[in-house]
Design a protein around this ligand. Structure first.
Ligand SMILES: Cc1cc2nc3c(=O)[nH]c(=O)nc-3n(C[C@H](O)[C@H](O)[C@H](O)COP(=O)(O)O)c2cc1C
Length: 364
């Protein structure tokens, strides 16, 4: 039985309703559910009667979490963010990486920043190193590609929104159930997608490939052009995409491939597939975090389940790692290459583990 925690903040009731619909959907699917509101900040209105306040032990209990926050100027509310900030003791103990997480937000206006709120919540979750489950496009277009993202002020449930929440809950629960279940893929196959046009990126791809192989997975090396062909992803359990970063974005070849994978609002070959990224920047401090996050935004748009590196930085790299994905600057020193080996080993161990649970290959 999957343990799902719903944590929300709500000033005027919308997110309480979203959480209630999500809880009903999860219980119908056999999950054990806790609904919690975030603790109020001084000056906040009194919280929802009868709903317990979220505590860190709820996160310890959960296998999956769905967060919900109103959109306030394109971000989650301060009250909601305060709860996220309170999780740092768990982060320090590496207790958050095992979670499967999704996010919901509503805004008054249709384009009032609700996707931005969902993406902002996800960035904290990626920083935790948790597995992020995204949405997919519903015919009503009320479900964002990134999670549940709605403009909803009506008191009565809107069937399209209830349906969107239901579909999202199903995705989150099924990923958590697979990650915590007994099903295993014997030897997951990881598609490592990177063009060999840059010697340093090719070198980093070799490091990543070695790390994947060291964890007992098979590696299929593809260039971005070949990876556009959905047939090449048949039998693949997860993808690791390598990009050079230019002005904070993945390079144009990778962007062209991502547009093929996520294009035209249909479910592409990445829907439900674990995915991650690794990047090469031209120089230190030249957009490594921005490049990985931009890559993840597109992968989420394509429906992938994102497996970030999390926090190899503190225990493994003494603060030098990128919490979102393995990264390296061009012309790196021998010491930086050694650090990339360590970072990739930790990051790919996570990807192979998730691929081994969620994979499409024949399970044992
Ligand atoms: C301080 C503040 C800022 C807000 N900013 C936005 C905004 O940027 N865009 C928008 O469309 N709605 C905005 N809203 C409206 C809320 O996002 C919207 O009413 C939300 O659905 C409320 O959720 P709740 O009922 O769970 O509190 C804002 C509301 C407040 C109080």
């Amino acid at each position: 039985m999957t343990r799902l925690l719903l944590v929300y903040h709500s000033r005027t009731g919308t997110h309480r309703r979203l959480a209630e619909w999500a809880a009903r959907s999860a219980e119908r699917r056999g999950a054990e559910v806790r609904v919690r509101q975030v603790p109020a900040l001084p000056g906040d209105a009194v919280g929802d009667a009868g709903i317990p306040v979220a505590e860190l032990d709820d996160l310890r209990w959960a296998q999956a979490v769905i967060f919900g926050s109103p959109t306030h100027f394109g971000s989650p509310t301060a009250t909601f963010k305060r709860f996220l900030d309170s999780t740092s003791p768990l982060w320090l103990n590496n207790e958050l990486r095992r979670l499967v997480v999704g996010a919901m937000s509503s805004s008054r206006s249709r384009r009032g920043g609700r996707d931005s709120t969902v993406l902002t919540i996800q960035r904290s979750v990626l920083h935790w190193g948790a597995t992020v489950v995204t949405g997919f496009r519903s015919p009503s277009n009320e479900l964002s590609p990134y999670g549940v993202s709605v403009s909803l002020q009506a008191a009565a449930p809107e069937p399209a929104v209830v349906g969107a929440v239901d579909a999202f809950v199903e995705s989150v629960i099924s990923v958590a159930a697979d990650l915590n279940g007994v099903r295993r893929v014997r030897c997951p196959t990881i598609a490592l997608v990177a063009d060999a046009v840059d010697a340093d990126l090719a070198g980093l791809a070799d490091v990543v490939a070695a790390a994947v192989a060291a964890d007992g997975a098979s590696v299929v090396r593809l260039g971005t052009e070949a990876a556009c062909d959905p047939d090449r992803l048949t039998g693949i359990d997860a993808v690791a995409v390598g990009a050079t970063v230019r002005v904070g974005l993945p390079d144009v070849r990778v962007v062209a491939m991502l547009q093929e994978w996520g294009g035209s609002g249909k479910k592409g070959p990445l829907a439900g597939m674990p995915a991650t990224g690794f990047v090469l920047t031209t120089a230190e401090e030249d957009g490594a975090e921005a490049g990985v996050l931009a890559l993840y935004t597109s992968l989420m748009h394509a429906g992938a389940v994102i497996v970030p590196s999390g926090r190899p930085d503190e225990p493994v790299l003494g603060g030098a790692g990128n919490p979102y994905g393995t990264s390296l600057a061009g012309g790196a020193s021998t010491a930086s290459w050694a650090a990339a080996h360590t970072e990739a080993a930790d990051h790919m161990r996570r990807l192979v583990r998730v691929a081994g649970r969620l994979g499409r290959s024949e399970a044992v």
